[in-house]
Design a protein. Structure first.
Length: 178
């Protein structure tokens, strides 16, 4: 009877862990314009109570997005054409009750602001619109490519921030038309 209970408890934990991981996702939309590959992406359902508690503790929370432009290969590993790192941080000041938010792309500061509402801070951390991360000059016409985004937090040992315990990843395919 004990082994059966242990197996059922383990199965329940795995189902709960899987359902938590499925709930969070990355929505990605690549777009080619003016010799650039513009990438829009949104991380959904991650601003949980644990994340809110971490932010409101005054700890600087950093979301790191590793973005890759790749081409599928039939016989070998997929080829990475270009890669970029997008970093979004938030630090809450409990005295002023404001959020200091910043964004960087490949080490360059793309924006910094002080916002008053938590919803605005969440958008700064999780929603990105038409970032010009890659050039399309080297892409082959009528070929299929994809953009892959992997997200994680920093500090990485903050298990309370990522309840599912690992990176989140997603991808979106597109055909490059010249």
């Amino acid at each position: 009877m004990r082994p059966l209970r242990a197996a059922m408890a383990l199965a329940t934990c795995l189902v709960l862990q899987t359902s938590t991981a499925v709930a969070q996702s990355i929505q990605i939309t690549p777009l080619t314009r003016d010799d650039r590959v513009l990438v829009s992406f949104r991380l959904t359902d991650v601003f949980t109570e644990e994340v809110r508690a971490a932010v409101h503790s005054g700890l600087t929370i950093t979301f790191v997005y590793d973005v890759q432009l790749r081409r599928s290969a039939t016989l070998w590993l997929d080829r990475t054409i270009e890669s970029s790192t997008v970093i979004a941080t938030v630090k809450y000041d409990p005295v002023t009750r404001k959020y200091l938010v910043t964004r960087k792309a490949d080490g360059r500061i793309e924006g910094a602001d002080t916002v008053e509402r938590e919803e605005e801070a969440r958008v700064w951390l999780t929603e990105f619109d038409k970032l010009p991360l890659f050039t399309s000059k080297t892409l082959e016409a009528n070929a299929e490519y994809y953009v892959r985004v992997r997200a994680h937090t920093s500090p990485r040992n903050a298990a309370f921030v990522w309840p599912w315990g690992s990176d989140i990843a997603g991808l979106a395919k597109f055909t490059f038309l010249k």
